[in-house]
Design a protein around this ligand. Sequence first.
Ligand SMILES: Cc1ncc(COP(=O)(O)O)c(C=O)c1O
Length: 338
Amino acid sequence: MPALVCHMAGLVDGIDVASAGELKVALDAGADAQEISFAGPAKRRVELQQAVAAGILINIESFREVAELASICDDTGDVARLAVRVNPDFELKSSGMKMGGGAKQFGVDAEQVPELLAEIGRSGMAFEGFHLFAGSQNLKPEAIVEAQGKSYELALRLAQSAPSAVRFLNLGGGFGIPYFPGEQPLDLAPIAANLAGIAERARRELPEAELVIELGRYLVGEAGIYVARIVDRKLSRGQTFLVSDGGLHHHLSASGNFGQVIRKNYPVAIGNRMLPAERETVSVVGPLCTPLDLLADRMELAVARAGDLVVIFQSGAYGFTASPQAFLGHPPCTELLV
Ligand SMILES: Cc1ncc(COP(=O)(O)O)c(C=O)c1O
């Protein structure tokens, strides 16, 4: 969402992009190219060319990318800026999604990294450091603390094989937000204390390194609400359905189809009936031809009728852009920054 990226660009120290499309949005938003990094397992040559031309940091995820970048630099005379995305030899415990540890398509396995570093050294490109992203949506501070500690130790070990000093060390993120009943906001105090300790060590052990944490939904997820209008109200064999003009084509993650193993309801309300009112148990569904198009499953909500507004909270991340908007040709939703 370009308007949001513009707003955020002035508030954060850097932006990580996942495609040339996102790179364009970040540059258009006025983000400093020096502070943009690019991660993702399928960077095409044309995307790498754009990244080199823009002067951003490229998080290397394979041996192919090093060779491709060396050839681009041969053609243009540019010097690419590289960090190595490491697939660590540990996992982020209790995280909603794991992007590191075990066999993964992301990054380069830690045990292969020394060989990759040697190749970067021979290429003459500018090595800047390491990127480790173990996983996301974690609400357990002790798991994040453990992952950050292990990531730092691993980077310190790998730094011994680096062609030059480590100037950039991205320890990942994974900071979760509460979506479901019983979940509590993440307690940042132990994470901050741990990071202070790591920063203190890094001043001695990696004195040139800038430490980075990479936050996604933690910054914007709670700021977003999704609103759909109820089109119909139906009773089917004892169960009431509110049928809305929005659904999984706008908000795949609220429907549970973006990686939830057991589907749970996001926080939902009838937005124009927030004052205490009569309540009932209903399901909120969308217009698509699949029972997966479910925004709330047998949830207690204020009694609503056609024309009322269903509101889904915690929708500022993995909503619009993570959803199959073209499915069945219904209108896309409108994004507004208020
Ligand atoms: C490399 C990387 N960085 C950041 C994120 C953002 O994760 P989150 O929004 O959970 O903070 C992801 C999520 O997939 C990722 O893969």
